[in-house]
Design a protein around this ligand. Structure first.
Ligand code: DX5
Ligand code: ZN
Length: 218
């Protein structure tokens, strides 16, 4: 499988989201990474369903929606309705994670689970075969532009081993502080998908940056 690049529109110019869509559509980027924050699970508020609905008609690529919200079960149908293809919930926000995963899949979406930096990989052992994507947070969720946490490499290797040992087909996504300086090392550790916000959208030529990152990870 070719490795994937998912630019996070959180770092884009919110006054011109159509331009962010064009960058993703016209580059080698694979997915849209869409960060939804509720101001409760994380200390920041981003955007929600109306914004996702507004950009959907301008896009053809996969919508990878990362929910940083409490009680995500309440909104699964709503995110499906506005165009989510992959819906990722936080382990720390889901007391009945297995049920949540089934509910996401019942809506025809792929089900993802995100882990905060302090949450061990081992906690996923009993549900790994039910998860389409694990998003390893390589920063504390809530803000773009933070520094990459180095312990992430060990977590990727541990998760890769768990997935292989259990013959699961789960994708490993890395979210936070991804740049051309750590991208290759993450792929070599076993990652499948790299989210990049600031590195792409704060660069001089975001489309070119997407293409270079994609080239780098192969
Ligand atoms: C952080 C978000 C990330 C963020 C990544 O809470 O989940 O997706 O947009 O941004 P960068 O790449 O700038 O760290
Ligand atoms: Zn994210």
């Amino acid at each position: 499988m070719a490795h994937k690049i998912a630019p996070s529109i959180l770092a884009s110019d919110f006054s011109n989201l159509q331009s962010a869509c064009e960058i993703i559509e016209n580059s080698a980027a694979d997915w849209y990474h869409i960060d939804v924050m509720d101001g409760v699970f994380v200390p920041n508020i981003s955007f929600g369903m109306p914004v996702i609905k507004a950009i959907k008609p301008h896009s053809t690529k996969t919508f990878d929606v990362h929910l940083m919200i409490v009680d995500p079960d309440r909104y699964i149908k709503d995110f499906k309705a506005v165009g989510a293809d992959i819906l990722t919930v936080h382990y720390e926000a889901c007391p009945h994670l297995h049920r949540t995963l089934q509910a996401i899949k019942a809506e025809g979406m792929q089900a993802g689970v995100a882990l905060n930096p302090h949450t061990p990989i081992s906690l996923l052992e009993d549900v790994i075969n039910d998860i389409d994507l694990v998003c390893i947070m390589s920063v504390n969720p809530g803000f773009g532009g933070q520094s990459f946490i180095e312990n992430t490499y060990d977590k990727v290797r541990m998760l890769r081993k768990m997935i292989d040992d259990k013959s699961a087909s789960t994708l490993i996504e890395i979210d936070g502080g991804v740049t051309s300086a750590n991208a290759k090392k993450l792929i070599d550790a076993g990652a499948d998908v790299l989210v990049a916000g600031s590195f792409v959208f704060k660069s001089a030529d975001p489309k070119k940056t997407c293409n270079e990152l994609k080239e780098l990870v192969g």
